[in-house]
Ligand binder design. Structure first.
Ligand code: CS2
Length: 476
């Protein structure tokens, strides 16, 4: 395969290295989530080709390109597997192999949307404040070199090239689980652009839009065992299938700079006010997911469905949703929060999905603020307790110790892992206090208010375990 120029198949290139004319969307971060979510809507629609960009590793490209970028998306239902072929990807670039090709693709006049699923840590921001972290190693590097490493660096260099070429406006659409993800993306892009190409800042502000989006579909990591099972089922070799639940939802703020797919024809909701959707999803689904991941993992549950089948954990979840999270929300139009919670429990309990608690527990430092801490603050500001939510935070604190309740050690995967390790102490109150002092995660006023309850809950988790603490809280 000729890969020296970063394009695995040069016939896919048109003159001067421009992307194929049917590529209208560039997607950064080609993990399983986009391939199972956004790509499934675009496949329903047809006609909108996507150029995928892997920002780090060639693994996805190496699997997809030899099979013409066509792959199976397998819907996992309690009654069986429903496979479907997805044919929206036109090519895959591996950014470090040819950074210029990625910049050129973003600047290409045919391209009207750049979307991203680069996970929370991919925005190189400070999770507590939402601002670009100027001392992030990738940002420090992107400021020194023309060829970037971070997704934000690629966006800025791509926008710079687009501006220099006098090309049309661009829609930049974050599809990650972050609150107000459009505004966040805009903020970090403008901040970096201010350093790299200040003259382009006004053009970006005036011509590019950054709609926020709420994305939802449970997509567990595909294992090699899954690949074998699936290949046997469909009767052909597919090196890059994805697996997902039946449910999907995509709500996008209706702020497009130029052309866009007729999303509304395939069930995507285009709305003026996205906040209620985002908060509902981040707090109810992702907040509960994270709490369940920490408390479940510590108490020996490997998957979400196994944890949700444990009556103690299921009761805790219902309590969390009804008593603590739902009262902080404004229900989006045509949505009943009790019904939403009941559906979530069914989705979590889907036995066909092996969604690892460990997978969700990763990168907790980047997830906690929008999933649990904002809800906790809202409750405290309204004079309400938040013990079930705080038990989730205490679970995360215990998890950062890297030993489960059976005494088995595990690896804590988090961009702040060294600091989390350094916070561990034999004295529980010291551990809690040191973790709370991490300003990237907790702001000072929030930390001071939650410390006493957290010390009690953390101590309780150490002495009695997660199941006991959940039972004590809910009376079950
Ligand atoms: C999960 C999410 O891994 C995680 O942190 O909470 O990926 C979750 O499955 C999706 O947001 C569901 O839409």
């Amino acid at each position: 395969m000729p890969i020296a120029d970063g394009f695995s198949d040069t016939s896919r290139l048109t003159a001067k290295g421009a992307v194929r004319p049917d590529v209208r969307i560039v997607h950064l971060g080609l993990g399983a989530f986009f391939r199972a979510h956004g790509a499934s809507y675009l496949a329903d629609l047809g006609g909108w080709g996507v150029l995928g960009v892997s920002l780090r590793s060639p693994v996805v490209r190496d699997a997809l390109v030899p099979q013409d970028c066509v792959y199976t998306a397998a819907e996992l239902t309690p009654d069986g597997i429903k496979p479907r072929q997805i044919e929206v990807l036109r090519d895959v670039l591996v950014a470090p192999e040819n950074p210029q090709a990625v910049i050129d693709a973003i600047a290409d006049p045919n391209v009207c949307i750049v979307s991203l699923t680069v996970t929370e840590k991919g925005y190189c921001h400070d999770p507590a404040s939402g601002r670009l972290n100027m001392s992030h190693p990738d940002i420090v590097r992107d400021l020194r070199q023309d060829h970037p490493r971070s997704a934000i660096g690629y966006l800025v260099r791509g926008l710079q090239a687009r501006w220099q070429a006098g090309a049309a406006p661009l829609t930049i659409m974050s599809c990650d689980n972050l609150p107000d993800n459009g505004a966040l993306t805009r903020r970090v892009v403008l901040r970096l652009a201010q350093e790299i190409e200040p003259d382009a800042v006004d053009w970006i502000k005036a011509s590019c839009t950054f709609p926020s989006a709420m994305v939802d579909r449970i997509v567990p990591a595909t294992t090699s065992k899954d690949i074998k099972t699936l290949n046997t089922l469909v009767g052909r070799q597919d090196a890059a299938p994805v697996m997902h639940e039946p449910f999907r939802q995509w709500v996008i703020e209706n702020e497009f700079a130029g052309d866009r797919p007729s999303f509304e024809n395939v069930g995507v909701q285009l709305v003026d006010d996205i906040l209620p959707f985002e908060l509902m999803k981040l707090r109810m689904l992702n907040g509960a997911h994270s709490a369940l991941a920490y408390l479940g993992y510590l108490s020996g549950h490997n998957t979400v469905s196994e944890a949700a089948a444990d009556p103690v954990l299921a009761t805790y979840l219902r309590h969390l949703w009804r008593r603590e999270i739902a009262p902080t929300l404004i229900a989006p139009p045509d949505t009943d929060l009790d019904h939403y919670a009941a559906t979530l429990l069914e989705r979590f309990a889907n036995p066909a999905i092996q969604h690892k608690t460990y997978q969700i527990a990763m990168d907790g430092s980047q997830k906690l603020p929008q999933r649990l801490l904002g809800t906790i603050l809202d409750r405290l500001n309204n004079g309400k307790d938040a013990d079930a939510l705080l038990l989730g935070v205490a679970g995360w604190m215990r998890f950062t110790g890297g030993i489960d309740e059976a005494g088995t050690p595990f690896d804590v995967q988090d961009p702040l892992a060294p600091a989390l390790r350094a916070a561990q102490s034999a004295d529980p109150a010291t551990t809690v206090r040191t973790l709370l002092a991490m300003r990237e995660i907790f702001d000072a006023s929030c930390a001071a208010r939650i410390e006493p309850v957290l010390v009690r809950l953390y101590q309780g988790l150490s002495d009695h375990g997660a199941r006991h603490m959940m039972s004590a809280l809910t009376g079950r």
